[in-house]
Ligand binder design. Structure first.
Ligand code: BGC
Length: 367
């Protein structure tokens, strides 16, 4: 028979071993899917984080979400952190499409499958898949809205674009330009704020370089403040014939609201149409209040579902389903694409409240 004291110390040793083992497995705990998002400073990406969390509730996938806060260096650091945690799949929305190449090349070296999320990573072969909305359709919907709602001819058209470091900014602008250009050519609109666009106004199809020239001039850098400053500068320079009833191509909701505030407070602007995208809560309120004309609703739940679905298939060693491909300047990246929905005052309730995207009591004045 073992002595009581010996038995006790043996039990103690076993318990201690278990604790150590538990501690170890904790600190080494493997993350299978790493997610890197661009910034917490825009509601769009905070929402993506929340939608990822919602989608992962009740599942046992181990994931970790890190934000790059507008810095490609921080983004690279995030990717390295996740590589060290043993991820098998990286879902990444790049801050800067070109600069992210180095980060995903490091992941690829470690046999990690890379999924570009919403924004394409450009000029590298180290990206396996792309889940995205139809970004050309986003721009086309914005342009078409202005065409359908502008009255008369010679309506001053103010053009704004996203950040040149984001491939989507090109797709949005290209989609919008394709529908707007014939209406500039036929005198429905006159360009109010871009000499580069003015110089190219007879061309329906713009090359990447031509798009770059216009975007370089009217970029907001996806920054609401920069958008506001640019809009102020443009209105200060504008003569009376560039005021009155105007149309504004604003690339997303954050920039649309600040541009709308500037145009709304100029007494020589009698009315303005302004586009947006993302269906951010603040913009839905603006749409209800008649301060923003439309937004393009990109249902993030679908994008998250597609990205996670793809990641799980990869973990299960299956081949993910794709619907097309995107040329990233180096390779054709297999892509899964989601449609978008145009939202204005008339269908805001149906598309965003009845679909359970937002709660009715998040807003005032909703009919
Ligand atoms: C996204 C938009 C977003 C913008 C600014 C784009 O790449 O597709 O939804 O508004 O970036 O963050």
């Amino acid at each position: 028979m073992m002595k009581k004291s010996k038995l006790l110390s043996l039990m103690l040793a076993v318990v201690m071993l278990m604790l150590v083992a538990a501690g170890c497995s904790d600190s080494n705990s493997e993350v299978s899917v790493g997610i890197v998002l661009p910034t917490k400073d825009e509601p769009r990406w905070v929402q993506d984080e929340q939608r990822f969390k919602d989608a992962l509730k009740g599942t046992d996938y181990t994931t970790e979400i890190l934000f790059s806060q507008g810095s490609s260096a921080k983004e690279k650091e995030n990717v390295e952190t996740l590589i060290n945690k043993g991820i098998d799949v990286l879902i990444i929305c790049p801050q800067d499409g070109d600069a992210a190449a180095a980060a995903v090349e490091a992941a690829k070296k470690d046999d990690i499958t890379v999924i570009a999320y919403d924004r394409l990573i450009t000029n590298t072969d180290a990206v396996d898949y792309y889940v995205t909305f139809d970004s050309l359709a986003v721009g086309a919907a914005q342009g078409q809205y202005l065409i359908d709602n502008a009255k008369g001819s010679n309506t001053p058209l103010y053009l704004y674009a996203g950040a040149a470091s984001d491939n989507n900014a090109f797709l949005f602008f290209e989609g919008a330009w394709k529908v707007l250009q014939p209406k500039i050519a036929d005198g429905t609109f006159k360009i109010a704020n871009s000499s580069e666009a003015e110089a190219l106004k007879d061309k329906a199809e713009l090359s990447r370089d031509e798009l770059s020239k216009i975007i370089g001039q009217v970029t907001t850098n996806w920054d609401a403040n920069e958008a506001k400053n640019k809009a102020q500068t443009h209105l200060t320079a504008a003569m009376a014939d560039l005021k009155g009833d105007v149309a504004i191509l604003a690339p997303n909701d954050g920039t649309a609201r600040s541009i709308a505030d500037v145009f709304g407070s100029d007494s020589a602007v009698s009315s303005y149409l302004v586009t947006g995208q993302d269906a951010e809560k603040a913009s839905i309120q603006y749409v209800i209040d008649g301060k923003q004309s439309m937004t393009v609703f990109k249902d993030v739940r679908t994008l998250v579902k597609d990205a996670m679905g793809m990641a799980v298939e990869i973990l299960d060693e299956k081949k993910p389903e794709t619907t097309g491909s995107y040329d990233n300047g180096n390779v054709e990246v297999k892509a899964k694409q989601t449609n978008v929905i145009v939202v204005n005052k008339d269908n805001v309730k149906k598309e965003l409240i009845d679909s359970d995207y937002y709660k009715a009591d998040d807003f005032t004045g909703l009919e």
